[in-house]
Design a protein around this ligand. Structure first.
Ligand SMILES: Cc1cc2nc3c(=O)[nH]c(=O)nc-3n(C[C@H](O)[C@H](O)[C@H](O)COP(=O)(O)OP(=O)(O)OC[C@H]3O[C@@H](n4cnc5c(N)ncnc54)[C@H](O)[C@@H]3O)c2cc1C
Length: 353
């Protein structure tokens, strides 16, 4: 477990946990399921492991902990811990089939193995070129376990051709906004891309979004736009110039060109000002879709939690069979929560096998 993604994050510094981890940071059909594992293996437990190995780290923002020197240090740490525990690791060995008789029999490219317990940490479907497969889900189904439909999460949105044509020249512009959907709300940056919208606030909300739904973007999260506009309603200043005090100039110009022909503020009627304010504080965008598993940081859905013991991750129907990490229907928000879930669910399974 974790080999693929820690290496991927090698370009960065590996957001290995989050100081503020709580069950509220996870999405699952059963929001209570993750509580036990998260309580038994906390960020402090992982941090003490990191410190034991002398790995320097820092908090970047919002409780997100990163290695100072790159993710390779976390891999070294995990390999050392495994070596001390006598773990044998076989890389480049695809598991093709699993059967259960007296023992689990696992067929791989490097031969067959038999064991009393089997812990499945096959991850999600994100970024297939890096080794993601649906094997864990197929295995669960083979053993008669339910699966919650999977979908890409922590993923950029794509926009329709029409919507994009208004934004196409704005690619690369970042705006501090607040984005909401289905009762969830995140206040961070959004980023306009050449295919749609990305940035931390968009990635976060994508986990809650379902096709056809709209997302609401508050472009002025620190202001009541109507009050701002009313204070200035007798001025000659043009709307786009006025908004450029709060938003990137090019965005303000394109946004006005799309929705409200920019003119001096004093020329708008009170009802037009109310419309403008409403769109500034509640800009409704209907994504055409997402960038899919190609760009998703995680996979939402997965092995149904009611099939598993929350204390151990063991399946209720098949003694000795465990599912941990991302393959389970527990999805963390952006910010180190998915690793913390992988550590915590792996720990509780490890205590049980
Ligand atoms: C680009 C990217 C960046 C990320 N950054 C962060 C971050 O900074 N912080 C964070 O908390 N989370 C991050 N995540 C999410 C995090 O990496 C995962 O949630 C976490 O690694 C899940 O751990 P896991 O052990 O369940 O699965 P994984 O780490 O995905 O490991 C599953 C492994 O099983 C292998 N596998 C699959 N099928 C088979 C098979 N049939 N036979 C043999 N092997 C198989 C896969 O190749 C993979 O190596 C990131 C994800 C991506 C894609």
């Amino acid at each position: 477990m974790l080999r693929r993604d820690v290496v991927v994050i090698g370009g960065g510094r590996c957001n290995f946990t989050n100081l503020n981890t709580s069950p509220d940071n996870f999405i699952s059909a059963n929001p209570h399921f993750c509580k036990s594992a998260l309580a038994r293996y906390t960020p402090a437990d992982f941090i003490s492991l990191v410190e034991k190995h002398g790995i320097a780290y820092h908090e970047k923002k919002l409780g997100q902990l990163f290695c100072d020197d790159g993710s390779g240090r976390i891999i070294e740490m995990l390999l050392k811990e495994c070596s001390e525990a006598g773990v044998e690791i076989q890389c480049r060995s695809v598991v093709s089939n699993v059967t259960k008789n007296a023992y689990f029999e696992v067929e791989t490219e490097n031969g067959a193995f038999a064991s009393q317990s089997l812990v499945v940490a096959s991850g999600g479907l994100s970024i297939p070129p890096l080794g993601a497969t649906d094997f864990g889900y197929r295995l669960a189904q083979q053993f008669g376990l339910g699966i919650l439909e999977t979908r890409p999460a922590l993923v950029p949105f794509t926009l329709s051709h029409q919507a994009l044509s208004d934004l196409t020249t704005l690619s690369g512009i970042s705006i501090a906004a607040s984005v909401s959907c289905q009762g969830a709300e995140f206040r961070e940056n959004i980023l306009i891309t050449h295919r749609g919208l990305s940035g931390p606030a968009i990635l976060q909300i994508s986990t809650y979004w379902l096709p056809g739904h709209s997302v609401i973007i508050n472009l002025l999260p620190e202001h009541n736009a109507l009050e701002l506009l009313r204070e200035e309603q007798n001025r000659e200043i043009e709307l786009a110039n006025f908004l450029s005090q709060f938003l990137p100039r090019r965005f303000a110009q394109a946004w006005c060109a799309r929705y409200f022909a920019s003119q001096p503020l004093k020329r708008y009627t009170p009802s037009q000002l109310a419309d403008i304010a409403n769109k500034l504080n509640s800009w409704e965008v209907v994504p055409a879709g997402t960038e899919g598993y190609r760009k998703a940081e995680v996979t939402a859905g997965g092995v149904a939690t009611h099939e598993l013991s929350s204390q151990t991750m063991q399946t209720k129907k098949v003694p000795g069979l465990y599912f941990i990490g991302e393959v389970v229907d527990v999805t963390g928000q952006l910010g180190g929560y998915n690793f913390q879930w992988a550590w915590a669910s792996g720990y509780v399974a490890g205590q049980s096998v």
